[in-house]
Design a binder for this molecule. Sequence first.
Ligand code: TGC
Ligand code: FAD
Length: 390
Amino acid sequence: APAPDPADFLAVDRSLTSEERDIRDAVRAFADAELAPNVAEWFEAGTIPDPRGLAKRFGELGVFGMHLQGYGCAGAGAVSYGLACRELEAVDSGLRSFVSVQGSLAMTAIHKFGSEEQKQEWLPRMAAGEAIGCFGLTEPDSGSDPGSMRTRARRDGTDWVLDGTKMWITNGSVADVAVVWAATDEGIRGFLVPAGTPGFTANTVHHKLSLRASITSELVLDGVRLPAEALLPGSKGLGSPLSCLNEARFGIVWGAAGAARACYAAALDYAGTREQFGRPIGAFQLTQRKLADMVVDVNQAGLTALQIGRLKDDGACHHNHVSFGKFANVAAAQRVARTARSVHGANGITLEYPVIRHMVNLETVATYEGTEEIHALSIGQAVTGVSAFR
Ligand code: TGC
Ligand code: FAD
């Protein structure tokens, strides 16, 4: 048998179909050509300078809502979508987030719970990147416990009136439409709030030290009056937004494996060229131990992602499987990023190398879409049958 390939130690690529490999290669080529050369600059600037232009390019690539059927979406399998997320997050978690929020959150909410008119109005344009969506669930006082939200939607005749504040909303200030979750007399329901609706404002969050190549916003809803058609008619209860989160969390399972792979690859490269004490640092036993730890984490994360992807393609993926993957793979990526940074010495704290950018991004990735603790509790509940959330 051939010796292991350092870039794919367990030869996991053998388990992919040729269609899956084609999608992976197309996204990787796009990422190498259009994202990787610019991302450090965007991160340093603390924004994506041309989000509309980038959205169009992602639309042309076909990654927005690529796992959805119809309405201009690609209808790809779960593993294919996961591979796309892995390639994007190998460049930067903020870029995978752009795609996750558009496709897995905003488009998925419309696809699952929208009326036919809402789907026709938004999904084809969002798939093409001509319209940007955001997903407003979190509030200043309601993060891990979204059921405690204070944003309220009340009926006034046939209209709805929304009041409240959403916080930490990716792409909120550049979105054409916000999917806003609000408490009603009938439980939590989703609403489509187009940008420019009177009483609706979005303010960009500044001074982030993580996920800087991503736009994060506060959404303020002050007596926002919406017609009856703004309600997502199929949405009912907290389970509706949570079912969208499963889709985005699935992308993170793969994406974290991509960030880990990129950090390991950078460290392997650096260890082979950087010399101290007259030898490449990769020749020292302690560095080899770091490389061994990293290659194990990267490959185990890849296997975890693939298994969860295969379960999803078979219709056998429970949301606790996704919690397992998010919990395991983000922690693995954090270990790898930190170790890779140490291999780079002083160079590892600069934007010349990708490692510290991934390392600080992963602080966000461990927090959003359910913190490490929330997913630990989901797994704990799954194995004991006892909820320890409250
Ligand atoms: P609980 O009583 O357990 O559940 C309420 C209803 O929802 C059902 N359910 C789920 N359904 C689908 N998928 C899931 N993952 C589900 N988890 C629960 C549940 O069966 C129940 O249904 P029913 O019919 O019995 O009513 O609710 P709880 O209030 O105890 O909360 C459970 C908890 C803590 C797990 C949940 O609230 C949670 O996941 N908290 C974390 C919040 C979170 O992840 N926020 C993310 C915001 S979006 C974001 O971060 C975007 S980042 C950008 C990017 O993705 O790149
Ligand atoms: P809290 O819930 O206040 O948690 C604080 C700490 O307490 C954490 O360590 C947590 O694990 C712990 N904790 C809470 N409850 C328990 C418990 N029961 N047991 C043990 N420990 C517990 N949200 C959106 O809706 N849309 C977006 O597009 C979006 N994008 C984001 C982008 C960025 C850059 C960031 C940072 C966040 C984004 N979020 C978004 C919000 C994100 O989902 C929340 O930050 C996350 O759910 C955690 O909520 P919180 O920050 O309020 O922390």
